[in-house]
Every structure is written in C-alpha cells, then in structure tokens.
Design a protein around this ligand. Structure first.
Ligand code: GTP
Ligand code: MG
Length: 444
C-alpha cells in the first residue's frame, strides 16, 4: 500500500459519523455495572503493623462491623500471615473482603527476616493467579482472587521517625503491593507533633526511595480530591468500636477523662479521609493497579525466568511456539549432557569396582598360597610322625615275636624238666621286663 493510500485509510478510520437514530450502545456502561453487581467484587487488605497497634479495631471501624479477632501474643517466633474472608453486602452490592493480618510483626528480637513471610504471601497469591491463567481450562470468571489490593502499613505514633524495620519492610513491598501508610493511634500524639511527624515520615520515605500508593489524578472526576488527599499522606487515624453520645447523637469515639476523640470528626483525625480514599473513591483503582502494575511485573519476571520472551536477540517477534521449541532443545541438550555424565560416572565406578575386585582376588590368592604352605608343612609333620610310629610298631612287633619265641622255648624246657620248674619260671618273668616297658610306651 502506498503512503498516500495509508494516509487516506487512516483518515477514513478517524471519520466521525452521526447516527440516524438510537442504536443503543450507550447502555454499555449500564450493562457493565449490572454484570459486575451480579458477579460481586473482591477486595483484599493486608494489615502490617506491630502487635496491638490497632489493626483489628481500625478494620472494624472502617467496615462498621465486628470481625472475628483474637489478640496476637508477643511471643511468635516468626511473622505469620492470617487471612480471613468475609462476605459483606451493602445495598445490592456483594463484597468478598479478605483481611490478612501479619501476626507477630515486630515481636522478634532479630527482625532481619520479618518482611520475608509477607513478601512470600503476596507472591504466592500472584503465583496462584498465574497458574490459573496458564491452565488450559481456565475459570477466571469465578476464581477467588486473593491477590492483595492494598497494604495498610501501621506506623507507631512515636513522633520521632520511621523505624528501620518500617523502611526495610515498605521497601521490600513497594513493587508488589499498593502501600498506604497510616499513623495508628493518632490520638496519642499532639497536633503539632503529628504535623512534624507526617513531614518527617514523607521525607524519609522519599529519601529511602520507598514508593507508596498515590491516589490517581488522571480521572477528572476524582483528580481534585485525590491530589488534595495525596498531600495528607500518611493518614493519622483513630479506631474505636465504642459509641459515645455527643450532643444528641451516638458517634464512634474514644472517651478520655479530658474529652472525647471522635473517629469520624475530620478535625480529630484522618479516619474519614482514609475511608473515603480507600473504599469510596479508589477501591477500583487499587484493584486495577494490583492487576496492571504489580501482578504484571510478577508475571513478566516469572515468564522471563521460565524462558519466555516477546522478541528474539534481533528484536524480531518471538512466538510462544518458538520459545517452546528453544526451551525443548535446551532441555534435550541438558538431558543428553546429564546422560553422558552419568554414563561416564558409571564407567568410572565399574573401573573402580573392577580394580577393587582384582586387589581382593590377589589378597585371597596370597592367603590361599599361605594356607597351602601351612597345610603341606602339617602334612609333612604328620607323615614323619606316622613313619616314627610305624617304626615303633615294627620294633614292638619284633620284640613281641622274640618274647613269644622265648616263652614257647621256656614252656618246652619246663615240660622236659619239671623239677627245675620254679627256677625257670623266675627266669621267664625277669626276662621280658624290657618288653613290658616297650609295650607301655607304645600304649602311651
Ligand atoms: P493484634 O491483632 O493483637 O496484633 O492487635 P491489633 O493490632 O489488632 O490491635 P487491636 O485492634 O486489638 O487494639 C489493641 C488495643 O489498642 C486495644 O486496647 C484497642 O482499644 C486499642 N486501640 C485501638 N485503636 C486505637 C486508637 O486509635 N487509639 C488508641 N489510643 N487506642 C487504640
Ligand atoms: Mg488484631
């Protein structure tokens, strides 16, 4: 297409046409409202602040109800996140509200890692949403979105400055969640001190590069009020569920011997400003910022970590299919490398075992030879002994024969000379004495 054609085409695109009659798409906003009302809304608030700073009281005051609360102990070994979800209804609008408490925050002696469970919790909610998005069968329409839309950071009303724990935690959270800092229990600090404290906090946040949530000023309808309110940050709030009679009206307030602090009195504290900004004016913006800014950042980092990218090194569009193929090749390459390594390892192991077996065989052989030598020696000794014994037996037998011969001779002589019998018998018993000694040796 020539350049002039392109110009003409885009000019044509921009042409404004007036319609002849009422078509009806001006009802689109109403359709959206009706659909959203039917669907209901979800809003998730994270409360971070020291134990007993007034988190639960402020939540009860903000939503004008009594949420279940249990006091946290000061002896938690780590910070833990406790989410609780409630279904609220105002007019015909349903709100699924989740309040997440950072239980035990600021109670540990070593607070270096206090921010970590909070960051992990926020990331887990993003991860759950991402996993739902990446599913083949997604059900985002009725998915309970648990991503944190706002973090109310409760600052202790010291009147001095922010603690390093506050600065570190807010810095770690600012890229993950919309932070609205608030000075808690603002009735415990004087008006002039509060003014100075607010200025100090803001300057510390700026000098430490902590990005807090700024009420949007791009929408004309709320630009003015939002820019005024941005100047009031951090809001100094008072919470109370107690009702006190002021004039002829019951108002929520904190009663002291010297007077009454009215929660909804703007000259007493910024509670109304907070409620206005958080719920009535900017709730939708907080939800949108969570999705378009914080979740988008998480998603981008996560997908890049997984190897997905929009463009290749030559800045050419890189499709999901190409990414998949590249990753697959990478994976197969790694698999092959691992296989080769394992094979090499196996060969080395076999070689080692073979050498060990050879060494064992040599040792056994040596042992066998040694035993064989001992056996032969023993055999030789036994043979010698046997020979000796045989010789002894032969000697014995010879003597035995000699004795028997002598016996028979003497018997013959006795039968011929009976008168000499006694004398000969004497000779007979004295003669074989050596023989009996020999026999005795043989038996032994
Ligand atoms: P954990 O959940 O146990 O960490 O406490 P929390 O931060 O939820 O504090 P909680 O709302 O339970 O309040 C603790 C105490 O502070 C209670 O006695 C409240 O009455 C009191 N408190 C709450 N808000 C205010 C406030 O604005 N000013 C003053 N002076 N006291 C408050
Ligand atoms: Mg509480």
């Amino acid at each position: 297409m020539a350049a002039t054609d392109l110009e003409r085409f885009s000019n044509e695109e921009k042409r404004n046409l007036s319609l002849g009659g009422h078509v009806g798409f001006d009802s689109l906003p109403d359709q959206l409202v009706s659909k959203s009302v039917t669907q209901g809304f979800s809003f998730n608030i994270l409360c971070v602040g020291e134990t007993g700073i007034g988190k639960s009281t402020l939540m009860n005051t903000l939503f004008n109800t009594t949420f279940e609360t249990e006091e946290a102990s000061h002896y938690e070994s780590t910070v833990r996140l406790r989410p609780r979800t409630y279904d609220l209804q105002e007019s015909n609008v349903h709100l699924k509200l989740t309040i997440v408490d950072a239980v035990g925050f600021g109670d540990q002696i070593n607070k270096d890692e206090s921010y970590r469970p909070i960051v992990e919790y926020i990331d887990t909610q993003f991860e759950n949403y991402l996993q739902e998005e990446l599913k083949i069968r997604r059900s985002l329409f009725n998915y309970h979105d648990t991503r944190i839309h706002v973090c109310l950071y409760f600052i202790t009303p010291t009147g001095h400055s922010l603690k390093s724990l506050d600065l570190v935690t807010m810095k770690k959270l600012d890229s993950k969640v919309n932070i609205i800092p608030i000075i808690a229990k603002a009735d415990t600090i004087s008006k002039s001190e509060l003014h100075k404290f607010k200025i100090k906090i803001m300057s510390e946040l700026v000098s430490n590069g902590v990005q807090i949530y700024q009420f949007p000023t791009d929408d004309e309808a709320v630009a003015e009020i939002n820019s005024v309110m941005n100047a009031h940050l951090p809001f100094a709030v008072v919470g109370s569920t107690e009702e006190v009679k002021v004039g002829n009206k019951l108002v929520r307030a904190r009663q002291y011997p010297w007077g009454v602090v009215q929660v909804e009195n703007e000259s007493h504290c910024d509670f109304v400003k907070l409620r206005e900004m958080l719920i009535r004016v900017n709730m939708e913006d907080l939800r949108e910022q969570t999705h378009t800014r914080h979740y988008e950042l998480y998603r981008r980092c996560k997908l890049e970590e997984m190897g997905f990218k929009d463009t290749d090194p030559d800045s050419q569009p890189f499709s999901l299919q190409e990414t998949y193929e590249t990753k697959r090749k990478e994976f197969l390459g790694e698999l092959q490398k691992k296989e080769e390594e394992m094979r090499q390892m196996f060969v080395n192991k076999v070689k080692e075992t073979e050498a060990e077996l050879k060494e064992k065989e040599r040792e056994l052989h040596e042992k066998f030879e040694h035993l064989k030598r001992i056996h032969q020696e023993e055999k030789r000794k036994v043979e010698e002994k046997r020979r000796e014994l045989e010789e002894e037996m032969n000697t014995f037998n010879r003597r035995k024969v000699a004795v028997e011969t002598l016996q028979s001779q003497s018997l013959q002589a006795t039968s011929q000379q009976p008168l000499k019998k006694d004398k000969d018998r004497k000779n007979f018993f004295s003669l074989p004495s050596a023989c009996s000694i020999t026999t005795g040796r043989y038996v032994n």
